[in-house]
Design a protein around this ligand. Structure first.
Ligand SMILES: Cc1cc2nc3c(=O)[nH]c(=O)nc-3n(C[C@H](O)[C@H](O)[C@H](O)COP(=O)(O)OP(=O)(O)OC[C@H]3O[C@@H](n4cnc5c(N)ncnc54)[C@H](O)[C@@H]3O)c2cc1C
Length: 499
């Protein structure tokens, strides 16, 4: 792929019709739609371009370069939960697991209730989503591409008679290396940097990497320029008629508030959902290891209780931490590498947190799980445990609970994870921050920031609430619709996704 982005240094001044801050799921989709419609577009991305040729080789380096806050971005509240986010052209899609789900019908209805009909034409929404589905080259993971963990997950859910399926993914060239979260090693994933950004650049968009936005006023954006070694090598000032903020559900409200815009709009940063995930790790009797997709199988048996089970990436380090094994017993555990299985229970959270003004580059995320979500997480632990103990006859399982011992039966699980288990003992994780600058609260139906005539938000923050499934397809769809509305209102022709 020829270079479509620019790396600059020194003191830069730029002028454009539209500036888009962030090049992830939302920013890239907006950039392609608007530049193809004829607008002069500049994209400012704090991270860099990565592909299989220049991607970091080690996990530590990957997290230190392509993850927000070096992988340490965490909520403050009970329990503290790490919130992963990607950094680079493509944003979080660069390092996501490529899982694709349609927006559930009840989610879209809820969005319409909460936003007073922002997507009232539900058929049109799903028609657009079908186009996005094809554009992102989404396919069901074939059995031959399921990893050993996926297959064990599938056998276990089938044995238990749970509703299940192979996950759909936007990985048309998947080689089954299971490394999606550290960038696809053969460019087999159709992340948004591949799908949309080259088209945006071809239509004239100027895409700058290493540009960290610090301050935005209504017509001006300012920040500094980094090189790949994270050294400051310049500054920039950009003058634009329209600002589109797409820095993600943590970055967007952080930036707007750090620039003082919360004085005019007190809904910025309010209503954050994060889809907390809780893992259950198992050692199963027979070796199951075989390479395959990062996450290829799910069960939505418990979605009415807001719990979605998905086979999780197998990371040896995670197992080593989950089972209290040291010295010789640690060695024995690692010799069982081929027997390791893992599931994650993703919760469609009712809890709403908030994003405040960052402190020294660290996001301020307040989020304390409410009682209903505490119960949903415990259900997720119980169902993950049942999946492995009863569905796969696991020898032992480890629970995501501080201080708990491995369990060999459901009786032990119910003792280790009683219904009154306190939040502070739960070990959660999140990679789906959403709805922190919502249509229906902070934004109008077009994504325009209330109180302003020319500032828009077009990323996961804009969603009127959470999705309840892995959200990227819902984000692409929503932002394509918002960007098309922007063009229509200005009399511009929209170039179809397929030309
Ligand atoms: C590890 C991981 C796995 C995931 N797996 C899946 C999955 O399998 N399926 C799924 O549907 N979803 C998945 N997600 C979530 C999905 O990728 C995100 O919901 C989606 O990408 C969010 O889109 P966004 O545009 O809001 O933000 P992002 O895609 O995160 O993009 C925001 C961009 O803004 C840039 N930015 C932030 N601040 C600034 C600033 N001040 N100046 C300049 N640039 C800035 C960031 O560097 C980033 O590139 C995963 C996420 C992660 C982190």
């Amino acid at each position: 792929m020829s270079q479509y982005w620019k790396e600059e240094s020194g003191a830069q001044t730029w002028t454009t019709d539209i500036v888009i801050i962030g090049s992830g799921a939302g920013g890239a989709m907006a950039a392609m739609t608007l530049s193809e419609a004829g607008f002069d577009v500049v994209v400012l991305e704090q991270g860099f371009h990565y592909d299989y040729k220049n991607a970091p080789k080690t996990l530590g380096e990957t997290i230190g370069t392509m993850y927000e806050e070096n992988g340490f971005r965490t909520t403050k509240g009970e329990p503290p939960i790490p919130v992963a986010g990607g950094k680079g052209l493509g944003g979080s899609t660069l390092i996501n697991s490529a899982i694709c789900f349609h927006t559930p019908k009840d989610t879209l209805q809820r969005w319409n209730e909460l936003s007073n009909g922002a997507f009232a034409n539900e058929d049109a929404f799903y028609q657009k989503q079908d186009e996005i589905w094809k554009f992102m080259q989404v396919r069901e993971t074939p059995d031959m591409r399921l990893s050993g963990n996926d297959l064990a997950h599938k056998r276990a859910t089938k044995k238990l008679g749970w509703v299940e399926g192979n996950i759909h993914r936007n990985t048309p060239g998947c080689g089954g290396c299971g490394r999606c979260n550290a960038i696809c090693s053969i460019n087999g994933k159709n992340s948004i940097d591949r799908a949309a950004l080259p088209r945006a650049a071809k239509a004239g968009a100027r895409i700058y990497t290493g540009t960290v936005v610090q301050q935005i006023t209504e017509k001006k954006v300012q920040g500094y320029i980094l090189n790949r070694a994270k050294k400051r090598i310049g500054t920039f000032t950009l003058h634009a008629q329209t600002l589109i903020i797409a820095a993600g559900s943590i970055g967007t409200p952080s930036l707007l508030q750090a620039s003082g815009h919360n004085t005019k709009n007190d809904q910025i940063g309010i209503g954050l959902h994060i889809h907390p995930v809780i893992n259950t790790w198992a050692i199963v009797p027979d070796p199951i290891y075989r390479p395959g997709s990062t996450q290829g199988h799910y069960s939505d048996q418990f979605v009415d209780d807001r719990v979605l089970l998905e086979a999780n990436p197998i990371l040896a380090g995670a197992f080593y931490q989950a089972f209290p094994a040291y010295g010789l017993s640690g060695k024995e555990l690692m010799l069982k590498g081929a027997h390791m299985a893992s599931t994650g229970a993703l919760i469609r959270d009712i809890t709403e947190g908030s994003v405040g003004i960052p402190n020294n580059g660290s996001a301020k995320i307040s989020y304390s799980l409410g009682e209903a979500d505490r119960k949903a997480l415990i259900l997720g632990i119980h169902k993950g445990a049942q999946l492995w103990l009863e569905g796969a006859d696991a020898e032992q399982i480890a629970l995501p609970i501080f201080g708990s011992s491995p369990c060999r039966s459901m009786d032990e699980v119910y003792k280790a994870a009683p219904t009154d288990l306190s939040l502070e003992r739960m070990i959660g994780y999140s990679s789906h921050p959403q709805a922190s600058c919502r249509i229906g609260r902070a934004l109008d139906h077009n994504g325009k920031l209330l109180g302003y005539s020319n500032i828009y938000v077009m990323d996961a923050s804009s969603l009127p609430s959470n999705v309840g499934r892995n959200p990227q397809i819902s984000i692409f769809t929503t932002i394509r619709i918002l960007a098309e509305r922007f063009c229509e209102q200005r009399g511009k022709d929209i170039i179809p996704l397929f030309t």
